[in-house]
Design a protein around this ligand. Sequence first.
Ligand SMILES: CC(C)(COP(=O)(O)OP(=O)(O)OC[C@H]1O[C@@H](n2cnc3c(N)ncnc32)[C@H](O)[C@@H]1OP(=O)(O)O)[C@@H](O)C(=O)NCCC(=O)NCCS
Length: 164
Amino acid sequence: MSAQLADDAARLWPMRIADIEEVLAIERQVYAMPWSEGNFIDSLAAGYAAFVLRNAPILRAPRSQMLGYVLAMKGVDEMHLLNLSVAPELQGRGLARLMLDALCGTCREQACTQLWLEVRVGNQRAREVYRRYGFVEMGLRRAYYPVPQGAREDAVLMSLAVPP
Ligand SMILES: CC(C)(COP(=O)(O)OP(=O)(O)OC[C@H]1O[C@@H](n2cnc3c(N)ncnc32)[C@H](O)[C@@H]1OP(=O)(O)O)[C@@H](O)C(=O)NCCC(=O)NCCS
């Protein structure tokens, strides 16, 4: 999976422990309640599908920059999207769509026909990104997410039939 970004080709790579510092730098910018380092380490140890998007066709290229990342957990014949994030300054350039395309490819490789996710009710931008991609809102999970202060926030449950 690749896409043109400036002069470099954006490419997905399996996430490694060595990527986590850069992942956390984005994570802490884009979420009020970011995942911890331990959450990412545990996700890799659990064997979740996890990819980073970099602006280089070669992993160790000197100017290789982290653009975003995606993590998902496989079920029996479905995949659950756990985290999809794009660096703030690079949002709105089709990078989430690129990572969702790649994740759908992983779903097909692993015979997963349905993709599920939860998103905060108040995260209108992400809900719109997922809706445009083809996800359908299936219901609400009450008080699913913690918030920095105050009552918990509901989650919208969304689902996508993985395109063949
Ligand atoms: C949500 C997020 C991953 C989207 O990434 P992105 O790279 O900006 O999204 P894309 O540029 O690929 O946009 C995908 C589609 O959504 C549309 N879109 C993007 N931002 C939009 C906005 N603010 N309003 C309406 N539509 C929007 C794009 O036009 C595009 O539509 P198209 O494919 O029909 O042209 C990114 O904003 C992000 O990292 N947010 C913070 C973390 C987060 O909330 N993650 C989701 C948690 S569930």
